[in-house]
Design a protein around this ligand. Structure first.
Ligand code: ATR
Length: 277
């Protein structure tokens, strides 16, 4: 059978084997998908061994997305823009690196949540890898404005400068959290790691335009502090990143197999599993 895997450290918690098994069953694709633990200093060797054993593709998770970027012989434009790789495909004797995270985010927003981004005002919180990976796919949707705000303002400015030429008609701006005071947005996306420390970014009041969406790239059994803060601020539509996880997986599956799985039922099953703890 064709072999795929997710490689990370740690990796035992990964939902990817479950998601890809569901996609394979649904589309009738004969494949196996495992979880592969790589030593922290042994990413390239783990990939090489998997490939030598006939493996066809890998998803790459923490902390190896930069290693995967460095390892790829060829990169998709969105991987190049992200500066990180979450999907490897072994084809024609070389290693192709792609990044489906940002595309997964946009698909979740536009298709699962039914949110058109074109002409909207978007606020992206954070300036690390997660924010960078989202930028090109968000800009492709042609929002009216895309503001990157970060605790460390200089990182937001650097990130905005990097994407200046891809912004076209979108007003691309970078600032600190404090400088957001007085502005409002239709979509606010939390791409910071604050939730990992059980915190919400320290944001000024009044950020949400009427009918706005608050979206956290993180997910879990309970709502994140950012999501709870958004609800307290009166935001009606609040979403976590579980849909993004399923959509990035679907895009990887499509890259490897040329078949696009339906995601709705898989997302619903996963939600139930997570709610059950
Ligand atoms: P990732 O690849 O997950 O984005 P990262 O590159 O370490 O991880 O970036 C983490 C992001 O979360 C950064 O934007 C960081 O802000 P700083 O650049 O100021 O460090 C942000 N972040 C982490 N903890 C945060 C917190 N408690 N409040 C606000 N932002 C936080």
């Amino acid at each position: 059978m064709d072999r795929y895997a997710v490689v990370g450290n740690p990796v035992a918690h990964s939902k990817s084997p479950l998601i890809h098994a569901a996609f394979a069953a649904q589309t009738g694709q004969a494949l196996v998908y495992e979880a592969l633990l790589a030593p922290l200093d042994g990413f390239a060797a783990t990939v090489a061994a998997f490939r030598a054993a006939g493996g066809l593709g890998l998803n790459v998770t923490v902390p190896f997305k930069l290693d995967a970027f460095a390892l790829a012989d060829r990169l998709s434009p969105r991987a190049e823009a992200a500066g990180a790789v979450n999907t490897l495909a072994f084809e024609r004797g070389d290693i192709y690196g792609d990044n489906t995270d940002g595309c997964g985010l946009v698909r979740d927003l536009t298709q699962n949540l039914g949110w058109s981004l074109s002409g909207r005002r978007i606020l992206l919180l954070g300036a690390g890898g997660a924010a960078r990976g989202a930028l090109l796919p968000l800009l492709i949707e042609q929002p009216a404005a895309l503001v990157i705000a970060n605790r460390t303002e200089s990182r937001a400015v650097e990130l905005a400068d990097r994407f200046r030429t891809q912004a076209r008609d979108t007003l691309l701006h970078a600032c600190s959290f404090d400088a957001l005071s007085g502005s409002s947005f239709d979509v606010v996306i939390n791409a910071t790691a604050a939730s990992l420390a059980a915190q919400s970014p320290a944001l000024p009041e009044g950020l949400y335009a009427p009918g706005a969406l608050a979206y956290d790239m993180m997910y879990g059994k309970d709502e994140t502090p950012f999501m709870r803060a958004a609800r307290s601020a009166g935001v009606a539509v609040v979403a976590d990143g579980l849909g993004m996880l399923v959509e990035q997986a679907a895009e990887s599956f499509f890259l490897w197999r040329g078949v696009r799985p339906h995601t709705r039922a898989v997302l619903a099953t996963l939600r139930t599993l997570i709610d059950q703890g």
